[in-house]
Ligand binder design. Structure first.
Ligand code: MSP
Length: 523
């Protein structure tokens, strides 16, 4: 890796037929965590999210509200964009699939697929769900009901165009088998592999009758392209238009929910293989955010909690803390405001916030605001140990992040917080009288806290930034404050940094006192 190596990460693109709910923002936060992690690790990050706008379902929803489809979609797309902004999601591109740039990329795919002989015209008859906009094979259409919505499927006969998906069965299996890093977690990988080995792949119907909405099939305006087929191509759009550099492809990471794994790990790879474009390196599949009763949160079920409702009680970092640490990677997780409160008060505020405040206050009181590395150490290995421990904690966290086990990464960081707290209680710096010994002890604590703060930047960006910039300025020489990334990457033992400390009057993670959370739905 060089400092300029690209790291391209995406979320799924959302349907803009309603305001976002907590499940949508959960996905953005997880993707944002990986984006920020790679930034502090020195990569140039390209991070894309956006809205999926060409489905006929959206046309139907707008008609129900007697609204113009384009206006209806623009309104909700804006709501997704604004929510990302409010949640400080660090994306570098927000794509709307009604953009001309995206239409160009889709036409490019269509042409190449046709030239390569993977598109043909024909008739299709099968069980269709209007909600999912897809046909279901017999074995999934139990009692002729949609496996997702539970509503009756419609027998539909359509003529149109097909993608030769069946041709790619063995190739996709082979790719998944040969590349263990292609799908995380491995439970999702195993599920896809067993389905692929069990079910023969059928060719995919990739057009619908043109009802005035969608991307028309090139030179066949009576059809539009099936919305999933066009939506998947969004990931390639900024590469096709050269908005992102060519070496940002293959995309490093698609972050998606488990309900759409098949599209991303079977259909999308087959589309790319068919036109000889390398496959994304990893598809990371997260679980679902569930309501208090353990039901998936979704608009159809009417049990959604809005992201704004979360913000009424919690700040951004408390929300991130809960999502990242309390929902194990790949698992579903119940949203509980009471648990969020107790985690905020007991872990963020008591363990981390208090640690920072009390060490900074004590150091300023006993050693002053400016502290440099001690000139001599009682223990000759102390300097080496500091650098080594920083490196070890960084590597440990990185290993978890490479395996997409972000909850374990967070556990490791909070284990270090507990350990520092325990060391403080053992060493009782407030009662050390020897000035040199005290200075060494406090420098060590400040140094360990700054390592944590730098690493936590990806997980808890708001509080970490404010601690880094306001409470704990770090430099190698007097006028150049270090960034978190510079500090983490530096291995030079000659260069233990200097700190300028600022007693913060603001309490870090103020306690939440709310007794009863009002969960009334307002969207
Ligand atoms: N438009 C398609 C994705 C196309 S990607 C080429 C779609 N849209 S969606 O709005 O229904 O979902 C967008 C993302 O949000 C998906 O990854 C989905 O899994 C995720 N979630 C939707 N509800 C969710 C929860 N309750 N919890 C967590 N994620 C959820 O699918």
């Amino acid at each position: 890796m060089t400092t300029s190596s690209p790291y391209y990460i995406t979320t799924a693109i959302d349907y803009p037929n309603a305001h976002p709910h907590v499940g949508h923002i959960y996905e953005k936060i997880i993707a944002d965590l990986y984006a920020r992690w790679h930034r502090i690790s020195g990569y140039k990050v390209y991070f894309m999210t956006g809205t999926d706008e060409n489905g006929q379902k959206l046309q139907k929803s707008s008609a129900k509200h007697h609204l113009n489809t384009a206006d209806f979609i623009a309104y909700f797309s804006d709501s997704f964009r604004t929510t990302c902004k409010i949640f400080d999601i660090s994306h570098t591109r927000f794509i709307r699939t009604t953009e001309a740039a995206h239409h160009h990329a889709v036409n490019f795919f269509w042409d190449k697929l046709s030239k390569n002989g993977y598109i043909y015209s024909g008739d299709y008859e099968g069980h269709y769900c209007y909600g999912c906009e897809q046909f279901y094979p017999e074995n999934q259409a139990v009692n002729e009901l949609c496996p997702v919505h539970g509503t009756p499927l419609h027998m539909l006969k359509e003529s149109g165009y097909f993608f030769r998906l069946s041709h790619f069965q063995n190739k996709v299996i082979q790719h998944i088998e040969d590349n263990p890093q292609f799908i995380y977690p491995h439970a999702a990988r195993d599920e896809m592999l067993s389905r692929l080995r069990r079910e023969p792949l059928r060719d995919l119907s990739i057009t619908r009758k043109n009802s005035g909405w969608g991307i028309p099939v090139p030179k066949k305006n009576e059809y539009v392209i099936y919305t999933w087929f066009d939506a998947l191509i969004n990931y390639y759009t900024p590469i096709h238009t050269q908005e992102f550099p060519q070496n940002a492809w293959p995309c490093n990471l698609h972050v998606i929910g488990k309900d759409i794994t098949w599209f991303h790990t079977v259909i999308w790879p087959a589309m790319l293989m068919a036109i000889d474009i390398p496959l994304p390196k990893t598809v990371y599949v997260h679980g679902m955010v569930l309501d208090g009763q353990g039901q998936k949160m979704s608009k159809t079920r009417g049990n959604v909690i809005t992201p704004q409702k979360l913000l009424q009680y919690f700040d951004l970092d408390s929300i991130r803390y809960f999502f990242i640490r309390s929902i194990p990677s790949g698992s579903d997780g119940k949203l509980s405001f009471d648990q969020m409160k107790s985690k905020h008060n007991n872990e963020l505020s008591n363990e981390w916030g208090n640690l920072v405040s009390r060490v900074i206050k004590l150091t300023i009181k006993r050693c002053g605001q400016h502290i440099s590395a001690p000139i001599s150490w009682t223990d000759s290995n102390a300097e080496n140990n500091l650098i080594k421990d920083k490196h070890d904690l960084y590597t440990k966290t990185q290993n978890f992040m490479h395996r997409f086990e972000h909850h374990k990464a967070m556990d490791a960081l909070f284990a270090e917080i507990s350990q520092i707290n325990a060391h403080i209680n053992e060493q009782k710096p407030w009662s050390i009288e020897d000035a040199d010994a005290l200075y060494q002890v406090l420098y060590t604590f400040i140094y360990r806290i700054s390592v944590l703060c730098a690493l936590l930047t990806a997980f808890l960006p708001d509080s970490s930034k404010s601690i880094w910039e306001n409470v704990l300025k770090i430099h190698f020489n007097s006028d150049h404050p270090l960034s978190q990334s510079e500090f983490l990457q530096s291995k030079n033992i000659q260069k233990l940094p200097k700190f300028t400390l600022q007693a913060s009057s603001a309490i870090i993670f103020k306690k939440i006192m709310t007794e009863n959370f009002d969960l009334t739905l307002k969207s």
